[in-house]
Design a protein around this ligand. Structure first.
Ligand code: GLU
Length: 290
């Protein structure tokens, strides 16, 4: 008998759902229901500039159409900004963050100047320019109100922890597959932004706080977020939070092998629905992906 899992689907309402989202939602829903656990719906809408309430409505409608039900009220991250800011302030008080005054242009120029810029799975990482800024300059810029982001100081986190946590548990595909412990590479994404200069907080921070706060035991999401899990596990460790288990599923690809994006209009649930495709057919098509 497996333990009851608490899983979640956590879309950002920057558009309607496409088949990739439906796959994440169905897997998380099945993991919860098959184990007699709970399935939660969380709307990740911290970015007020890109998120729209009408997309939240659309996502809810599309999940209902797919016959996915959830437990308890829908959580909106936009209502929890004060909590995220409080945690960010604590990390800053502990010396685990630093302000970053770099613009995108500054970062690109710095990377171009470097002989060997650090790279992650998605390209060059932040080169750490503001980590070594002298105290006087930093304080003067802060006092002068220079716009800045807040970055996680990965090296300071590792020092504070003494050693990196082992990693995170990854469940595999299929009924009995556990992929086991994935060894942590805490710097895989470099010194990520925890406090965006426009929004004040960031996805990585909010997701870690909410997964803990909502008692999530299994995170089921696309493998495009595999690298993110490494830094999220580091954040959990410095915040003293336990880690859920993870399952990163393969991405749904189009006929030419490219991953689906919100702009691929033919693979949106809205388009499939409008063309008369039934939820049962969508589910069957996704199961073939397994
Ligand atoms: N909100 C994120 C997205 O829509 C997913 C977050 C997650 O599953 O951790 O890409």
């Amino acid at each position: 008998m497996t333990q009851p899992e608490t899983t979640r689907f956590a879309p950002s309402p920057t558009g309607g759902l496409h088949l990739g989202h439906a796959w994440s939602a169905l897997l998380a829903h099945a993991a919860a229901r098959d184990s007699g656990g709970r399935f939660l719906l969380r709307i990740e809408d911290i970015d007020a500039g890109r998120c729209r309430p009408e997309y939240t409505e659309q996502i809810i409608d599309e999940l209902k159409w797919l016959e996915i039900d959830w437990d308890g009220p829908v959580r909106l991250q936009s209502g929890r900004m004060a909590d995220y800011r409080r945690v960010l302030a604590d990390l800053t008080d502990r010396g685990l963050t630093y302000p970053c005054f770099c613009t995108r242009r500054d970062i690109a120029d710095e990377i171009a100047r470097m002989q060997s810029a650090p790279h992650g799975p998605e390209g060059p990482l932040y080169p750490g320019t503001c980590r070594t800024l002298d105290r006087h300059t930093r304080d003067a810029r802060l006092a002068g109100g220079t716009p800045h982001a807040i970055r996680l100081d990965v090296a300071a986190c590792l020092q504070a922890l003494g050693a990196a946590p082992d990693g995170f548990l990854e469940t595999g595909q299929g009924p009995d597959g556990e992929r086991g412990l994935i060894i942590l590479q805490p710097d895989m994404l470099g010194d990520i932004v925890l406090g965006r200069r426009d929004v004040g907080v960031s996805y990585h921070l909010a997701v870690v706080i909410d997964d803990h706060d909502q008692g999530v035991t299994l995170v089921t999401r696309g493998e495009d977020l595999f690298a993110a899990t490494h830094v999220q596990r580091l954040l959990q460790a410095v915040l003293g939070l336990g880690a859920p288990r993870y399952r990163h599923h393969p991405l749904i690809r189009d006929a030419s092998g490219r991953r689906l994006a919100k702009r691929d209009q033919t693979q949106t649930l809205a388009a499939l629905r409008a063309s008369g495709v039934s939820p049962a057919v969508v589910r069957a098509r996704l199961r073939l992906n397994q």
